[in-house]
Ligand binder design. Structure first.
Ligand code: SAM
Ligand code: SF4
Ligand code: FES
Length: 326
C-alpha cells in the first residue's frame, strides 16, 4: 500500500467496516486467535520532560508524585506471574532517580521470574540501552508519537525528534523487540502525517505498534484541545495490521477510555495484545497521563478476571506463551 492509498482510506469512512474486517482476517491468519496479556507496572510518575499532552509532564504541580522501588516492583511482578502473566512491562516517566545501575538490578530480578520483560522508560543513550539488553530486557516501547517533525517539536519542548528516531533505530540494532506508535488527534496533526506514521512503522520494521487517541488533560497546555477520534485511531491501527501483518498490536487503554468496548472493538479490528495494569490500586490514580483512565479503583486480580471474560466473550483465547513476534 502506498501513501496515497493510505490517505484515501483514512479520508473515506464509507468502507470502514470492510477495513476492520480485513485487518481482523489478516490478524487471524498471521498471529492467530490468541491474545497476549502484558502486565503493566507503572513504577514512577516523576518525569523530566514537558510533552504538552501528558499529565506527568515536569511542569505539572497538581500531581502527587510517587516512586515504587525495587522490592515493591518485584512484589507486583510476582503477583502478576501468579495471575498467569508471561510478560511484565515496566513503565515510568523519565525519572533520573532510576539510574542505569538501579534499572539493571530491577531487570535482572524480574528476569528471574521466567517472564519476557519490556521496558518503557523513555529516551536513553545507546550505551544504556545496551546495558539494559545485556541485563536481560527483551523489549522496549517508545512511541514516535508523530512523524511530523514540526508538530513533534511543537509538542515536545526541549526535545529532539531526530534523537527519538535514533533511539528507535538503536533499540532495533541492539536486538530489542521494538515497539513504537503514535497519538491520534493531536492539534495540528494531518491525515498526511498519519499516513507517514504508518509508513514509518514499516520502515523501522517495528515489532509492536501501539496507537492511542489523544485525550486532553486539564493540567496541561492542551487542556482546551479536542479529544482524538476513536474511529480514526482504530483505522490507523487496522492499517498498521495490514501493512505489518505479523507484529504485536495492543488494544490500548486510551481506546477503552473513549469507548466502553474500545479494547474488544480493537481486538476485532487487528489487535492481538492487551496490557492490563498490575500495579497496586493505591498508585493508579496518580499515574494520570490523561483523565478518565480505566481500572483506577481495581485490583490486579479483578482486571485479570475481567479481561479474560471479555476476551472469551469474543471467541478468543489467552496465550500461555511469552508472545514474541514469530
Ligand atoms: N515516558 C515514557 C515515554 O513517553 O515514552 C513512557 C510513559 S508515557 C506516559 C506512555 C505514552 O503515554 C506516551 O508514549 C504517550 O503516547 C501516551 N500519552 C501521554 N499523554 C497522553 C494523552 N494525553 N492522551 C493519550 N495518550 C497519552
Ligand atoms: Fe514524560 Fe512520557 Fe509523559 Fe512525555 S509522555 S511527559 S516523557 S511520561
Ligand atoms: Fe480492569 Fe476490566 S480490565 S476492571
Amino acid at each position: 500500500m502506498n501513501k496515497e492509498e493510505i490517505i484515501n482510506i483514512l479520508n473515506d469512512n464509507s468502507q470502514d467496516d470492510l477495513l476492520f474486517q480485513k485487518a481482523d482476517k489478516i490478524r487471524k491468519e498471521n498471529v492467530g486467535d490468541e491474545v497476549h496479556l502484558r502486565g503493566l507496572i507503572e513504577f514512577s510518575n516523576y518525569c523530566i520532560r514537558q510533552c504538552k499532552y501528558c499529565g506527568l509532564r515536569a511542569p505539572n504541580t497538581n500531581i502527587e508524585r510517587y516512586r515504587i522501588l525495587h522490592d515493591e516492583i518485584l512484589e507486583y511482578a510476582k503477583n502478576a506471574v501468579n495471575l498467569g502473566y508471561r510478560t511484565i512491562v515496566l513503565q515510568s516517566g523519565e525519572d533520573n532517580y532510576f539510574d542505569t545501575d538501579k534499572i539493571i538490578e530491577i531487570i535482572k530480578d524480574n528476569k528471574k521470574l521466567d517472564v519476557a520483560l519490556t521496558l518503557s522508560i523513555g529516551e536513553k543513550s545507546y550505551d544504556e540501552y545496551k546495558e539494559f539488553k545485556k541485563a536481560g530486557a527483551d523489549r522496549y516501547l517508545l512511541r514516535i508519537e508523530t512523524t511530523d517533525e514540526k508538530l513533534y517539536q511543537k509538542m515536545h519542548p526541549n526535545a529532539d525528534f531526530k534523537n527519538r528516531k535514533q533511539c528507535l533505530y538503536n533499540l532495533k540494532s541492539l536486538g530489542f523487540e521494538t515497539g513504537t506508535g503514535c497519538l491520534v488527534g493531536l492539534e495540528g496533526q494531518t491525515i498526511d502525517s498519519l499516513a507517514d506514521d504508518i509508513l514509518f512503522f514499516k520502515e523501522l520494521n517495528a515489532d509492536m505498534v501501539g496507537i492511542g487517541p489523544f485525550i486532553p488533560h486539564p493540567d496541561t497546555p492542551l487542556k482546551g484541545a479536542k479529544t482524538g477520534n476513536f474511529n480514526l485511531a482504530l483505522k490507523v491501527m487496522a492499517l498498521t495490521r495490514i501493512i505489518l501483518p505479523d507484529i504485536n498490536i495492543p488494544a490500548t487503554t486510551a481506546m477503552e477510555t473513549l469507548n466502553p468496548n474500545g479494547r474488544l472493538i480493537a481486538l476485532q479490528s487487528g489487535a492481538n495484545v492487551v496490557m492490563p495494569n498490575v500495579t497496586d490500586t493505591k498508585y493508579r490514580a496518580k499515574y494520570e497521563i490523561y483523565p478518565g483512565k480505566i481500572c483506577i479503583n481495581d485490583q490486579p486480580s479483578k482486571c485479570r478476571g475481567c479481561i479474560e471474560g471479555k476476551i472469551k466473550s469474543i471467541g478468543r483465547t489467552i496465550s500461555k506463551t511469552y508472545g514474541f513476534r514469530n
